[in-house]
Write a protein that binds this ligand. Structure first.
Ligand code: SF4
Length: 491
């Protein structure tokens, strides 16, 4: 486990160790990062998801056309229903899938398998978490063993696994709450979902097969991952006469070995924001006694990235409305200080972002919705003194140089305690992990504006709860973070 801040050359660490050991998988959470690896290292080969490949089921002509193109490392953009991810073989329970695969093989090799076979010749295979995990879950036998497996931005692995292993079922009939309220364990649910009154609601054999295949996957993944009782989120829709239930995994660490780690001898999980070995190992299913934790310092001067902790404004949920004007006064003061340059303000929700914008009444301010983010973000980059207020810029954007000269975190970014997983985590006393996840969000947000060692950006933590929170987390704060912390002395 390597804790390495922005700019420490994480991709080169993976490359050098991969060259030394012989071969590797590199997993990234984002396609842009995957592309970056493939562009930087000429011997790296991208492994992409099934949705990028055409399914050639019973079509030997298509198969003959696409096979050589895939072997050259080129891909297609295809509609879901015509791609390998929407293919018939993915919608069959194991007993029927074998027959489908045998039939399909008569028309040529599966395009997705061709991609895997071709990529397996490269010393470094770069995949994104989603496509790697989706495929290892579906057919683990097709992935060969390698010497090294690097997980870039590893702090996002648990959340990504949770998303990928969340499984949903829709039953096309009204289900009275009392029919399901006694169902607690995975086996209770598997039995209920597989009952004839549920199966009878599907019109076609294909839809029933796809439903049964999902039940099979759910049961195979097991109680070790979904916990007991399971976290079941139910929804009764009287208008559509539908019942929906989804199951959120509780212990994704239990699944990581089977889906990820088993494919290599050595696993390296890299992140700038691990914040502690024990808790992070536990979260992603690594054995702490077999794990080395290495902390890499930052070579970015601390004076170029000060983190000012403000005091006197409690922005907890219950005091938000009362203290919103005081928060906006602070933001206004910071904006005044940074005239003519761009800044970023992190809000904890879209609603709060709009409230701040309304109160600030400044032409510099840009807010966005989930739908128009790309357009508004571009407007921000095109406007030299714009201030973007956003609930979704904690991670994944790079605002180097004059793209961002001040960066404000309004409230402590705790994940929503009302969400099924976090509700269960807190009910089970998982405050350490809950705090660590909050700390990671802070660390990630602070990394948006300083991207290289000549860059500079001033950071402000406004909520008065930041200071006691950071004191509580002091043992796991990396040195590069502590050396930049200051108490704000201004207004
Ligand atoms: S194996 Fe599946 S995905 Fe591949 S060509 Fe056949 S049906 Fe399509």
């Amino acid at each position: 486990m390597i804790s390495a801040p922005v700019g420490s050359g994480k991709s080169w660490m993976c490359k050098i160790i991969s060259d030394y050991l012989g071969d590797s998988y590199v997993l990234t959470p984002r396609i842009a990062l995957q592309r970056q690896y493939a562009d930087t290292f000429k011997d790296a080969r991208k492994l992409i998801g099934r949705k990028w490949l055409p399914c050639s089921w019973k079509d030997s002509e298509l198969n003959a056309y696409v096979t050589p193109i895939i072997e050259q490392g080129k891909f297609f953009k295809i509609e879901e229903r015509a791609s390998c991810s929407g293919a018939i073989c993915t919608k069959k329970p194991a007993a029927k899938r074998k027959k489908v695969l045998e039939e399909c093989a008569k028309y040529g090799p599966c395009p997705y398998q061709t991609l895997i076979d071709t990529a397996s010749l490269a010393p470094m295979i770069v995949a994104n978490y989603h496509s790697f995990v989706a495929q290892t879950k579906f057919r683990p036998e097709q992935f060969g063993h390698r010497k090294l497996l690097c997980i870039d931005e590893g702090h996002t692995l648990a959340g990504a696994l949770r998303g990928m292993l969340t499984v949903g079922f829709t039953i096309c009939r009204m289900v009275a709450p009392k029919e399901v309220e006694h169902l607690k364990t995975l086996q209770h649910w598997v039995h209920w979902l597989g009952r004839s009154e549920q199966l009878a609601t599907f019109d076609t054999e294909e839809a029933r097969d796809a439903y049964n295949a999902r039940i099979e996957q759910f049961e195979q993944t097991g109680e070790g991952v979904y916990g007991s009782p399971v976290i079941a989120i139910t929804n009764h829709d009287p208008e559509k006469e539908q019942f929906k239930v989804s199951f959120v995994p509780y212990n994704v660490g239990g699944a990581a070995q089977k889906l990820v780690y088993q494919f290599a001898d050595v696993v390296i999980a890299l992140s700038g924001t691990w914040h502690g070995k024990q808790i992070s190992c536990q979260e992603i299913g690594l054995d702490p006694s077999l794990t080395h934790y290495i902390e890499v310092p930052s070579d970015f001067p601390a004076e170029n990235r000060p983190v000012y902790c403000h005091q006197g404004i409690d922005l907890s949920h219950k005091n938000w409305e009362t203290n919103l004007p005081a928060l906006c006064n602070k933001i206004q003061t910071i904006m005044q200080k940074h005239k003519g340059v761009r800044g970023l303000v992190h809000a904890s929700s879209y609603n709060k972002a709009w409230q701040i914008a309304k109160e600030l009444k400044s032409r510099r301010v840009i807010v966005h919705t989930a739908e128009d983010f790309q357009d508004k973000f571009q407007e921000f980059l095109d406007t030299p003194d714009a201030v973007l207020i956003s609930p979704s810029c904690y991670e994944g954007i790079s605002l180097d140089d004059d793209k961002c000269r001040f960066n404000i975190l309004t409230t402590l970014p705790y994940p929503s305690a009302a969400e099924g997983y976090f509700q269960r985590l807190l009910a089970n006393g998982g405050w350490n992990l809950y705090n660590t996840i909050c700390m990671r969000q802070i660390g990630q947000a602070l990394g948006r504006g300083v991207r290289h060692n000549q860059d500079y950006c001033e950071n402000h933590l406004i909520d008065e709860r930041f200071m006691p929170f950071l004191k509580k987390m002091v043992k796991v704060l990396p040195g590069w973070f502590k050396e930049a912390l200051k108490v704000y002395e201004g207004e």
